[in-house]
Design a protein around this ligand. Structure first.
Ligand SMILES: [Zn+2]
Length: 369
């Protein structure tokens, strides 16, 4: 489905304004009286744990563990997913801890929590891809039930989690090689109701830097990520990311837990009011510097710093310490992340600079193909 239906537009209005008005229909028919994903099944007022088993196919199988907190009262269904990148530990740890923070007896609606999608990446400490098939687990939606492990796992997410969710929050955590400044992505489709609903939740999450990304959901490449795929089905979604260089700090973990609770507050699923950041640093297009080849990278700029085009942000050397070149900022903007380790190979991102939007987000613009 490419276009948003009138019913879906109404849902977005509901999510954006977050005024919970029970309808006669929701009292008489409750489509989420029992919510099931894989072996986990929760009735109203219950918390259930289980797993989605992905059997072996052309390669080995895997098991994705998850929890369902099915609130005592009907309301929106929100899925929190992380660990597509299995070494983005902060996001994974945050979601494991979010599960016990939500009391099903006090919850309105349903929360599905999937902390770790890419189990092989986590276990083997391989960033960015699933080491079993070398595919990106946030780059292959809607998956393929007859494909390799990544495709089979994503087909299960696409089949069992996305369709029954109204809202999908995709959490990331600054990968092993990313010294990352916390931020959210507000990903826009140009559909006003959908974009407004996603914006309200990104603000409620509370991170003070938001990257504005415009998608053309008619373009197949834009729906391969979880967020893009969910947007193409008319869902409300955004991405939030905190964590850096393989570390798990209390402060960054708390940002993701509190942000997730902020989303539930904004949707009136749990008591209390969301606390958006007092001031948002809106940023837009990013430019990256990639490595020409192997060598050693050293950062001289810090994550989150504001730099001018041409400002030195790092340098590279050969394996006997001889400098082979400075790394310069490709545009004015914020260092949203910079390489957190010396290792590099051809094509590796050394630094990403995002352009500041001092006047706030501009109108949606269809991106060039
Ligand atoms: Zn990630």
């Amino acid at each position: 489905m490419r276009n948003i239906s009138p019913m879906r537009a109404l849902l977005h209005l509901f999510l954006a304004s977050a005024v919970f008005t029970p309808t006669v229909r929701s009292q008489s028919v409750d489509p989420h009286a029992t919510v099931t994903v894989g072996s986990a099944s929760a009735k109203r007022g219950e918390r259930a744990y289980g797993a989605h088993a992905i059997p072996a196919g052309s390669d080995s199988g895997t098991t994705i563990q998850l929890a369902i907190i099915n609130g005592a009262r009907p309301g929106p269904v929100v899925a929190f997913v992380s660990g597509a990148h299995g070494t983005e530990y902060t996001s994974i740890v945050a979601l494991t801890r979010l599960i016990e923070r939500i009391d099903p007896g006090k919850l309105t609606g349903t929360v599905i929590v999937v902390p770790l999608l890419n189990v092989a990446s986590f276990e083997q400490m391989v960033p960015h891809v699933n080491p079993v098939d070398r595919k990106g687990m946030n780059a292959s939606y809607p998956g393929d039930a007859n494909g390799t492990q990544t495709q089979r796992a994503l087909a299960a997410v696409a089949r069992e989690i996305v369709p029954q969710s109204d809202v999908i929050v995709d959490l990331h955590g600054g990968d092993l090689d990313e010294d990352l400044r916390p931020y959210s992505y507000w990903i826009r489709t140009g559909q006003t109701a959908q974009d407004d609903a996603s914006r309200a939740l990104a603000l409620a999450f509370g991170l003070d830097m938001i990257i504005v990304r415009d998608l053309d959901i008619a373009a197949p490449a834009s729906t391969r990520s979880l967020s893009g795929y969910a947007l193409s089905l008319g869902k409300t979604t955004f991405v939030a990311e905190a964590g850096h260089s393989g570390t798990v700090t209390a402060a960054e973990t708390a940002m993701l837990i509190n942000g997730s609770l902020g989303v539930l507050r904004q949707l009136h699923m749990v008591p209390g009011a969301a606390k958006p950041a007092a001031k948002i640093g809106w940023v837009g297009a990013d430019e990256r510097v990639r490595a020409d080849g192997g060598g050693m990278f050293y950062a001289t700029a810090t994550r989150g710093s504001v730099v001018k085009k041409g400002h030195q942000v790092g340098y590279v050397t050969d394996y006997v310490g001889r400098m082979t070149g400075p790394v310069l900022a490709p545009q004015d903007g914020v260092v949203s992340f910079i390489r957190g380790v010396p290792s590099m190979t051809k094509g590796a991102t050394l630094v990403t600079i995002t352009k500041q939007l001092p006047d706030g987000p501009p109108a949606w613009q269809k991106p060039a193909p």
